[in-house]
Design a protein. Structure first.
Length: 329
């Protein structure tokens, strides 16, 4: 089958497109998907570089070649798990197996859902990992509620674009941090205020934040804490999570904060690391928000599978304004 592959860790140059990749082996509890589009994420870059070998449990060996990609949209090749053959589905391949940038993929049934009817394959593929990450960070870790003042740092990227929309839909006052060229786009997505980090310091706000979501990963808790309200003044629902800071980047500081954050009761730390989990319930939640007009995909560019290396190079610049999507064909 046609697929993008890589046979060793490295830069974008290790990626190539072949027409004779082996088809994935069907497994119990999984569905075979004819992939129409796949979206790229920073996770894809880290996996390709070999930066996640330790946490993926593959430090001592890899299976080559590997097929990149975790976000997909396509059609079921055969009926499975209550879905009909030919039904349009989308989702995120959990863990470290990848495999979305190919003509076919085998996906656990719990990691896919019916596609939003109003979206194309390209649009649907742009949603799963990025939107799931922000949904779980805002809803589950920061417990965002109506009236909270929430700062989204790195708001113009794939994850940040969804964070702005979701936080606004949750009733929060959203302060988006991005470069000047993205100010109007953030307002269009629902931000109440926008901070141009090239001109102003987002950690010196006129009014402190109730929660800080560090999507970009360059504002650690040690810095962000000065811009957050003290616990007794935080706007939050009774019994809500004590977390007031969440990051997406799993460096040493974030991992330590996550361990502290999982301690019971008052021992829990205020900083957390969001570790996204793919599940049908949350995908259905996102679908409902799309169909209700509360969430829309933000796509920077769409490229054919033949340009997978170019797409990875662009993603590595960290300048993407939304998602980068690969059309499989």
């Amino acid at each position: 089958m046609r697929a993008a592959i890589y046979r060793r860790f490295g830069g974008p140059e290790v990626l190539q497109v072949v027409d004779d990749a082996p088809r994935p082996t069907p497994r119990a509890g999984c569905a075979r998907v004819r992939v129409r589009a796949a979206a790229l994420n920073p996770k894809d870059v880290l996996l390709r570089r070999g930066k996640l070998k330790l946490v993926s449990g593959r430090w001592f060996g890899e299976r080559w070649p590997r097929i990149p990609g975790v976000d997909f949209a396509g059609e079921l090749i055969e009926a499975a798990g209550g879905f009909d053959a030919g039904q349009r589905v989308y989702g995120m391949i959990q863990g470290w197996s990848e495999g979305a940038c190919a003509a076919e993929a085998v996906v656990p049934l719990g990691e896919l859902a019916a596609m939003p009817p109003s979206l194309s394959f390209t649009e649907a593929a742009a949603i799963p990992l990025a939107a799931l990450t922000s949904l779980q960070a805002l809803r589950d870790l920061l417990a965002v509620r109506r009236g909270m003042r929430v700062c989204i740092n790195g708001a113009s990227g794939g994850v940040g674009s969804y964070a702005v929309q979701l936080a606004a839909a949750m009733g929060a006052e959203v302060i988006a941090v991005c470069s000047g060229r993205n100010v109007q786009r953030m307002r269009d997505l629902g931000a109440h205020a926008v901070v141009d980090y090239t001109a102003d310091d987002p950690l010196a706000p006129q009014s402190p934040y109730d929660a800080f979501y560090d999507v970009f990963g360059n504002r650690p808790w040690s810095e962000a804490r000065r811009a957050i309200r003290p616990p007794e003044r935080r706007r939050a629902a009774p019994g809500a999570s004590q977390a007031v800071y969440v990051t997406t980047v799993p460096d040493g500081r974030a991992l330590l904060g996550e361990l502290r954050g999982r301690l019971p009761g008052p021992l829990a730390g205020p900083a957390r690391l969001v570790i996204v989990r793919s599940n049908r319930d949350d995908l259905d939640d996102l679908t409902a928000r799309v169909e209700a007009g509360m969430l829309r995909p933000v796509i920077d560019r769409v490229l054919p599978l033949a340009d997978i290396a170019e797409a990875h190079r662009y993603l590595e610049t960290k300048r993407a304004r939304g998602k980068v999507v690969i059309e499989i064909g």
